[in-house]
Design a protein around this ligand. Structure first.
Ligand SMILES: [Zn+2]
Length: 519
């Protein structure tokens, strides 16, 4: 069936906050279990310290997934399993990275491979060439001169300034007040608005830059260079990394790609600019896995106990995958551990949810919300056609997501769902924690609740303190266990358990927005 099916009927004016029936004893039990017997940091330590980075398609992601399913079974969860989705593409892992300058003066380099690029096929020692190419014709002067060289494709960063502001912050009351004032007005039409011209210019600059990158990659591969190096974003030992290789086995990336810490890249590039030859030794071993191009989501349930409501489902979720250099602690072992702990809290307290509670831990988020999109399409409907799967779509009570790092939950992004305001207001009042009192009409993007929102399901992401997510940990080599704040993680687990449990036990499902139209 097409759009405007059941959805329109379920949109109603919610009762006043005072009329929400709230099981405050349940909230107290959840808080006490988290205070006295928390496992959230232990879960996070396993996911980060033991399994490490969980790049989608890597053996460590799979090992962490196996451990998680085992843990869910140990806790007595029902239907704990991995659900396959795909194809995702080639698996990839980095087995060895040695990078050091060997002349004119030896020093070790903070260096990481870009994901899905090949290794160096053994140790190589080669001279560094810094190329300058703003357009395809600029490349001609390098033709025939780069074989076996280590190529720096950018000048050293202009400036790597000192940090005059703290890396970490909490949301000030003034910031929260501004969020709370956001209107529920509809989003501006796509492609329109006063900035449309500027956005189009930006988009065409972006396309031109991408075209040049592709031309450059082909040129360097044809030249037979030893490796391509770029300076990482970040400083003070922090390197932000990502992918520059292809996941398509039919169209593989041919040249090893590395990211050097800005300061080490800068030192080498400045020497080369002075005419001082620099030799770098690299030994990078990366492995591709082509046996199975699919990936997995992890699901498990606490079955509902109300005969009339147990077929209805409340979900809590987070993405399980990470980038490959740190251990994906704040992005997103934090969210995964909070969700696992929230589920454990509900089970361990012996609370009886009326609706079924289901966890979903997604992979492929970093490559475009791939796992959660596949899950929603498989179980609830296709956002492209708005062909909805019934009865699952109409039996869905709500989805809660955590993916903004370790920071304490301060409230909820309502995703323009105005009708839910009195419900969450009442819940926050009952939870009674001075940290959490803000609701904002605003949407927040870039994570998995959008997959649910896209087919008309009420999906929410929490407002969190940034801490040092944006400045230091997000996709960096320093996204590690130490960057998790235990007090915040515990608070978040108790908040999520409370919201999920109250959704499971409410007389009605959470109110929905009017149905989205076909995209
Ligand atoms: Zn991320």
């Amino acid at each position: 069936m097409l759009r405007h099916s059941v959805l329109a009927l379920t949109f109603f004016v919610a009762p006043l906050a005072a009329q929400e029936k709230i099981d405050t004893a349940a909230i107290s039990r959840i808080k006490a279990e988290e205070r006295d017997r928390s496992q959230v940091m232990e879960i996070a330590s396993w996911l980060t310290d033991v399994f490490g980075a969980r790049l989608t398609g890597s053996p460590s992601a799979k090992a962490a997934g196996d451990w998680t399913v085992k843990k869910l079974n140990e806790w007595g969860m029902a239907n704990a399993k991995m659900e396959t989705w795909g194809p995702f593409g080639r698996g990839w892992s980095n087995e060895r990275t040695v990078a050091q300058v060997v002349s004119p003066r030896q020093f070790p380099i903070i260096a990481y491979p870009a994901a899905w690029t090949p290794g160096t096929s053994g140790p190589v020692k080669a001279e560094v060439v810094v190329i300058k190419a703003d357009s395809a014709p600029d490349l001609e002067k390098y033709r025939g001169k780069l074989r076996g060289k280590i190529v720096f494709t950018q000048p050293p960063r202009d400036s790597v300034p000192p940090h005059f502001t703290a890396d970490a912050s909490r949301l000030a009351d003034t910031s929260l007040a501004r969020l709370a004032e956001a209107p529920f007005s509809a989003d501006p039409p796509r492609g329109g608005g006063p900035n449309a011209g500027a956005n189009n210019a930006q988009a065409s600059r972006f396309r031109a830059a991408q075209d040049l990158q592709r031309t450059l990659a082909t040129f360097l591969a044809d030249e037979g260079v030893a490796a391509v190096v770029t300076p990482g974003r970040g400083d003070d030992g922090t390197v932000f990394t990502g992918a520059s290789g292809s996941r398509d086995a039919a169209n593989p990336t041919k040249v090893p790609g590395l990211i050097f810490a800005a300061e080490h890249y800068g030192r080498i590039a400045r020497m080369v600019e002075k005419g001082v030859p620099v030799t770098v030794e690299l030994d990078v071993k990366n492995t591709f896995y082509d046996d199975d191009p699919s990936s997995f989501n992890i699901v498990a349930e606490i079955p509902g106990t109300d005969p009339k409501l147990k077929n209805e489902v409340v979900m809590l979720g987070a993405h399980f995958d990470s980038w490959h250099t740190g251990t994906g602690a704040t992005d997103n072992a934090a969210g995964s551990a909070v969700m696992l702990e929230a589920l454990r809290l509900i089970k361990a307290t012996g609370l009886k949810p009326r609706r079924t509670i289901r966890i979903g831990l997604w992979t492929g988020e970093e490559q475009g919300l791939l796992g959660s999109r596949a899950y929603v399409k498989e179980h609830f409907g296709d956002p492209q056609t708005m062909q909805l799967k019934q009865p699952a779509q109409s039996q869905f009570a709500g989805y809660f997501n955590v993916d903004n790092g370790t920071g304490a939950i301060r409230g909820v992004y309502l995703q323009k769902n105005q009708a839910v305001t009195p419900v969450f207001t009442a819940w926050m009042t009952a939870f009674n924690d001075p940290r959490m009192h803000t609701l904002t009409a605003n949407n927040t993007g870039g994570t998995d609740h959008l997959s649910f929102d896209a087919v008309g399901l009420p999906g929410f992401q929490f407002i969190q303190d940034p801490v040092d997510y944006g400045s230091r940990t997000h996709h960096s080599n320093m996204d590690v266990y130490e960057r998790l704040v235990p007090g915040d993680m515990k608070h978040n687990a108790a908040v999520v358990a409370t919201f999920v449990y109250l959704t499971a036990n409410r007389d009605e499902k959470l109110p929905r927005k009017p149905a989205p139209t076909v995209q």
